[in-house]
Design a protein around this ligand. Sequence first.
Ligand code: IPM
Ligand code: MG
Length: 371
Amino acid sequence: MTTKTLLLLPGDGIGVETMAEVERLISFFNSRKNGVRFETESDLVGGAAYDAHGVAVTDQCVAKAKAADAVIFGAVGGPKWAGVPYAARPEAGLLRLRKDLGLFANLRPAICYPALADASSLKRELVEGLDIMIVRELTGGVYFGEPKEIVTLENGEKRAVDTQLYTTHEIERIAKVAFDLARKRGNKVHSAEKHNVMRTGVLWKEVVTAVHKSYAPDVQLEHILADNCAMQLVRNPKQFDVIVTDNLFGDVLSDEAAMCTGSLGMLPSASLGAPDAKTGKRMSLYEPVHGSAPDIAGRGLANPIATVASFGMALRYSLDMAAEADIVDNAIAAVLASGLRTGDIMQPGMTQVGTGEMGKAIVDAVKKLVS
Ligand code: IPM
Ligand code: MG
C-alpha cells in the first residue's frame, strides 16, 4: 500500500472550519481497505502561528512543508493581528512558504458549476459553462522585488517603494506552464501585462512571444493589456481559456474571474514548484482562493467547497490520483445539483446548510461514487 504525506495548515478564521471538512474526506479515504493511505500532520500558520511563536510561520513548519508530498492550506489573517509587526503579519507566513518552496506557478481555475450559474453577478448566458485557468506567477514581481521599504526623507516626508522585477528565466518557466496546460484544454493562451507603461511588461511580452515560437507554436497566443483583460473578463469571460500573468495582476484578475463564477467560496488553487532534477517531485501547496473571512469565522457558516476542491487538485497534480480527483469534483457537482447551499451561494428554493453539513454531504457523495 502506498502512503502519501500531507501537511495540513488550516491557519486562521474559516480556514480552520473548512480544513476540518478536508480531514473528514481524508478519514474516509483512509478507511478504505485498499488504495492509498494518507499520513497527515497539522501545524500553525498565520495569526495562529504568531500567537503561539511570535512569527507567521516557523522554520520547522517550512521544513515539514518541503518534506510533504503536498501541503493543504486554509487561510490566514484577521483584524486581531492588525497591529503586529509587518514582518510577522499573518500573510507573511504564506508568502514565505511560497518563496521558500519555490512555488512559482499558481494555477487558479475559475469554473462555473451549472447549478450555480444564477449565483453569478453576471448574466447566466455569459457564465454558464465558464472554464478559465489563470496561471499566476507567484514568487517574483512586486511581491518580492527589492527595495521594498518606507523611508523618511530629510524634509520629514515619507517615501514608500515596491519594486516590480522579472528576469527572462522567471517569465519563460511560467509561460511554459501556461502553454502546457492550454494543450490539455482549449489550446489558447492570453498573456496579460502592461507593456505600454511598464518595462517588466515589455520584457514579459518579448519572452512569452519567444517561448511561444520555440516551445508552443501549436498553441494560439494573444497578448492583452491587463486592464483590458479585467474589462473583457466581465464583458465576455468565455473568450478566455488560459490567462498567464504576473504576480500582482494575477492576484487581481483571479479574484475577478472567481467572482464571475458565482462565489469566491467555490474556487481552489494549486501552487507548484519546478520538478526536482533527480526525483521529478514538485513541491506544492493547495489553497482556496478565498481568505479567512473573519466576519463569519467560527460560526459554522463557511463554504468548505474551495478547500475540499483544493485537496482534489492535490490528488490530481501531486498525488497521482486523478481518478479520486474526478470523484471529488463530481461529488461537489452532485451535492450542488441536489440543492444544498452554504449561505454565500444560497438562492431561492435551495436548502441552506452549514460548513459541517456541506462537508458531510460531499463525503457521502464521494462514498456513493467510489462504491
Ligand atoms: C491570494 C491572497 C494573498 C496574495 C495574500 C493573502 C497575501 O490575496 O493568495 O490571492 O496577495 O497573494
Ligand atoms: Mg488575492
